[in-house]
Design a protein around this ligand. Structure first.
Ligand code: F6P
Length: 440
């Protein structure tokens, strides 16, 4: 595939049905217009990129605008949809499920919607989980709760068995709410469906508390996570200032990307050091973390340190590679390690310190979505449904450059998103904390 086709969305076939949505095709009538297949948005907004393509006589790279199409692929009244939620929890999953069910039922008149229990396990009959019938009555209140009322699980299942289950249950479209592994999984399901020449649309709605899905602006629930974390930082600061040479260490989720730690620190600007997986730092040496911390205590008599759980793994001499069911490396406990190292350093120097170690752990990801995430979840759900009804497949509904678009799953799963240490976001964090560009 040439680079210009990178963002093309696959479809199951011609859209022969008229959409039941009573929308407009003309401007000025105060009714929302159907989105046309030709409606595209620039992928890279920089003038430099735009000129680069235009000078070559080509269109710049574009993304497909999401939203309702006038002609759709599925005959709504004879359509069956299924929803599955996989991987770790994240605020807003229930809002997305609710949004998908409501949009299918009320906008399009889809009457049969199946909830798949406990992630991809629910598509493997050998696991013994019963599929659940979903309707507006069942989901009307679920947005008030964190977690996923369908249940989730980590890990892959046999793709062929899962497609068998979809076919046996006459499913026409599968909505998979999950992170990198889930999206790769549903893409593989889409490929198996194509091999069988079946007409089932597979749609991803990216979910990751770590905000590490590439290309998209932000994953839903991420904002709620740092919203939950920021008052913890505020109170940790109170603990730190409440003692002479008080040090609060707060460990926040973030396996390989430090977005929660960095965003929480920006949201609650009482933090003096943010340590994230993307940065290399050492404890020892004249520019090492411990020396800089000591200088901070000398001048201010307290310090607040936020550490992402995947930070500082290079500091562990004998690391064993242990993976979780999703294939992610389980990290050593950097929080406890830092607490011990800091304690030992100041004891050795005979400097009195009071260390408070705080690990909010899963609390940041099991809360219900805040208002802003709730808005985001509903809108993502609606866009996902419009794309599926139009027969698009192997795509995610997401937001890029602040616009709702469809992007091929294969594009967002090429690599994990990480904080760019040369980017303005990380620079903002450093401006807020006052920590040096490098530690060590
Ligand atoms: O989903 C991402 C995440 O919350 C990471 O931040 C964390 O490292 C991991 O999941 C925890 O995994 P589990 O839910 O399997 O304990």
């Amino acid at each position: 595939m040439s680079d210009k086709d990178r963002f093309l969305i696959e479809t199951l076939g011609a859209s022969n049905y008229e959409s039941p949505l009573k929308l407009s095709t003309t401007k000025g009538d105060h009714i929302f217009n159907f989105v046309k297949e030709s409606d595209k948005l620039l992928f890279d907004l920089s003038l430099e990129q735009c000129s680069y393509f235009l000078n070559k006589g080509q269109d710049p790279l574009c993304l497909e605008k999401s939203g309702p199409r006038k002609q759709i692929f599925f005959d709504a009244k004879n359509t069956t949809a299924a929803i599955v939620t996989c991987g770790g929890l994240c605020p807003g999953i229930n809002n997305v499920i609710r949004g998908v069910v409501m949009a299918l039922h009320y906008f399009y008149g889809v009457k049969r919607i199946i909830g798949v229990p406990y992630g991809y396990e629910g598509l493997n009959p050998a696991k013994g989980h019963e599929l659940i019938d979903l309707n507006p009555e069942k989901v009307k209140d679920v947005h008030q709760f964190g977690g996923t009322f369908l249940g989730s699980s980590r890990g892959a299942q046999d793709v062929s068995i899962m497609v068998d289950t979809l076919q046996e249950n006459k499913v026409d479209m599968l909505f998979a709410i999950g992170g990198d592994g889930t999206l790769k999984g549903v893409n593989a399901i889409g490929e198996e469906i194509a091999r069988r020449n079946a007409k089932i649309s597979v749609v991803g709605i990216p979910k990751t508390i770590d905000n590490d899905i590439d290309l998209i602006d932000e994953s839903f629930g991420f904002e709620t996570a740092f919203d939950v974390a920021s008052p913890i930082l505020r109170d940790a600061h109170n603990e730190a200032t409440g003692a002479y040479n008080g040090i609060s260490i707060i460990k926040l989720m973030g396996r390989d990307s430090g977005f929660i730690a960095a965003s929480a620190a920006l949201a609650m600007p009482v933090v003096n050091f943010v340590l994230i997986p993307e940065m290399d730092f050492s404890l020892e040496g004249e520019n090492g973390f411990l020396t800089i911390l000591e200088e901070r205590l000398k001048s201010k008599k307290h310090a607040v340190i936020v550490v992402a759980e995947g930070a500082g793994q290079q500091l562990f001499e004998h690391r064993q590679v242990v993976k979780d069911a999703s294939g992610n490396i389980k990290h050593e406990d950097i929080g406890i390690f830092l607490k011990e190292q800091i304690g030992a350093y100041f004891k050795e120097k005979n400097v009195p310190v009071t260390i408070k170690y705080i690990d909010p752990s899963y609390i940041v990801r099991c809360a219900p979505a805040n208002s802003s995430d709730s808005v985001y979840c509903s809108r993502l759900a609606y866009h996902a449904v419009h794309g599926a009804m139009a027969g698009k497949t192997k795509f995610v509904a997401c937001k890029v450059n602040n616009h709702y678009v469809y992007v091929p799953i294969s594009e967002v799963t090429k690599k994990r998103k990480k904080i760019d240490l040369e980017g303005e976001f990380w620079f903002s964090v450093l401006q807020s904390t006052g920590q040096p560009f490098s530690l060590g």
